[in-house]
Design a protein around this ligand. Structure first.
Ligand SMILES: [Zn+2]
Length: 118
């Protein structure tokens, strides 16, 4: 995104312009998130997909820290953590052309965090 004051390219999610220091307008990821939340807020529960990404040298500790941050973040907007659950999705295979290049179906799994409105 770009600073609306001086036009400098600023990393997405930055709060202030690195060049002139002007406070950035909330756009992009943060804006979409707000939209998703207002829809979810209609219900008493909210489900957030959780993908931990850690570096090669990362450990379980880092995953736990990321998870903790997500929970804290949601708590700030009034969502209480209920549980974490693993969702397994089947991805259908490709039959290929006359059996050539056929790939079997696979399953992929991801974690979702369930939050409850206080
Ligand atoms: Zn600027």
């Amino acid at each position: 995104m770009f600073c609306e004051n001086c036009g400098t390219a600023v990393r997405d999610g930055s709060e202030f312009c690195t060049s002139c220091g002007k406070k950035m307008a909330v756009t992009g990821v943060a804006g979409q998130r707000t939209g998703a939340e207002s829809v979810a807020a209609l219900g008493a529960y909210k489900v957030v997909s959780f993908q931990a990404s850690i570096s090669n040298t990362g450990s379980g500790q880092d995953v736990a820290a990321t998870l903790q941050r997500t929970i804290d973040q949601e708590a700030n907007s009034g969502w209480v953590f209920v549980q974490i659950q693993e969702l397994t999705t089947f991805v259908s295979g490709n039959s290929g052309c006359f059996g050539l290049g056929a790939t079997p179906g696979t399953t992929t799994s991801m974690a979702v965090l369930i939050f409850k409105r206080t």
